[in-house]
Design a protein around this ligand. Structure first.
Ligand SMILES: [Mg+2]
Length: 351
């Protein structure tokens, strides 16, 4: 067990859930004022599809490594696709062909919390989208809001970036849906592994991103890079958060959602509560901008930075359990130890 990594992985997934729940309260509200919501209005935070799908991403990675130790080899992106089909079953009730996710049996995950149309229709098509064969032309933020576990599970930052983009492409075909996933995966990996300032971690992530993003069209990478530059510049100015966020967009599409999160993380890099509050109080896709902000800054600051009220979120125990299983599996793989009881948990005992 690596205590530091365990704290950061918990921090990322729990703060992501907190941001999701905070923003979900005003996802469809217009004319939102600065700091209109600063807490969960009904005591416990209600998570949305963003956190549900993030948990299925985490389960996919654990399923794959457990299956591998039983001699069943599938690619990471195939495991993620199959796990999302399990998620689809929780939403539409149609039984998926293979069960790869033990969390599918969790009744709370079957609640409908405004699942994204693109995710539903892409998965219902029966085809797995890839970077090479785009499944549609969508660049909705359903990609960046669910991929955090990828950036947290592997040792190599460039690998995390590429796999995060591939995980986005499973349901979203537009490059701008998946380019931000690449930077998010790289950044999460660096925040997890290195003790440095947020700004320095971002600088290093951008260096790696510039090399790795050559697989995408240069005009889309340029457009996204200009947006990240804008978010970085806005975070250094003394504007009110709604005014600054309006300059970036509303976050319904992936590049805007990621850049709103980046703005909030940079501006409040030592205060998770203020970052989450800033990231959701706008007229756009507040749950997703909150989820991504929590995923990123939680990986930097760790679980201890999450206030007690924000930890009072639905499925806290399950989120913590999956986080700890990710860090334990990661540690055992890195140190060459067998996965032990995690094999039964994530592979042998599936129905
Ligand atoms: Mg949502």
């Amino acid at each position: 067990m690596n205590g530091k990594e365990r704290d950061k992985i918990r921090g990322s997934l729990l703060a992501g859930a907190a941001g999701d729940a905070l923003g979900y309260q005003i996802e469809f509200t217009r004319n939102v004022r600065e700091r209109q919501v600063t807490d969960f209005l009904s005591g416990k935070g209600r998570i949305s599809d963003d956190t549900q799908m993030t948990l299925f991403t985490a389960n996919a990675l654990l399923y794959r490594v457990a299956a591998k130790e039983r001699g069943k080899l599938i690619s990471e992106e195939q495991a993620i696709y199959l796990s999302y089909l399990d998620w689809l079953e929780t939403q539409n009730g149609k039984r998926s062909e293979f069960t790869v996710s033990r969390i599918k049996s969790c009744p709370e995950l079957h609640r409908l919390r405004h699942p994204g149309n693109t995710c539903l229709t892409a998965l219902e098509s029966g085809v797995c989208g890839t970077l090479e064969k785009p499944i549609n032309a969508s660049k909705g933020c359903g990609t960046v809001m669910r991929i955090a576990p990828v950036g947290l599970f592997y040792e190599d930052a460039a690998f995390c970036g590429l796999l995060s983009a591939k995980a986005g492409a499973v349901t979203h075909g537009h490059e701008l849906g998946n380019i931000p996933c690449m930077l998010e995966g790289i950044l999460l990996n660096i925040l997890l592994h290195e003790e440095t300032t947020f700004e320095k971690a971002l600088g290093k992530a951008l260096d790696i991103f510039r090399k790795e993003s050559v697989i995408f069209s240069s005009h889309n990478v340029k457009y996204f890079s200009e947006m990240t530059d804008k978010a970085i510049a806005l975070a250094a100015k003394n504007l009110s958060d709604p005014v600054a966020i309006k300059e970036i967009g509303e976050g319904w599409v992936a590049e805007e959602a990621f850049c709103i999160a980046l703005y909030a993380c940079l501006k409040y890099s030592d205060n998770l509560t203020d970052a989450l509050i800033a990231s959701v109080n706008h007229d756009g896709d507040s749950d997703s901008t909150g989820a991504v902000t929590g995923n990123i800054l939680g990986a930097y600051l760790g679980e201890k930075a999450i206030s007690e009220n924000f930890l009072n979120v639905e499925l806290r125990e399950l989120i913590t359990e999956l986080s700890d299983d990710l860090s334990e599996a990661k540690y055992r793989l890195k140190t060459g130890q067998p996965l032990g009881e995690l094999i039964a948990k994530y592979y042998d005992n599936l129905e």
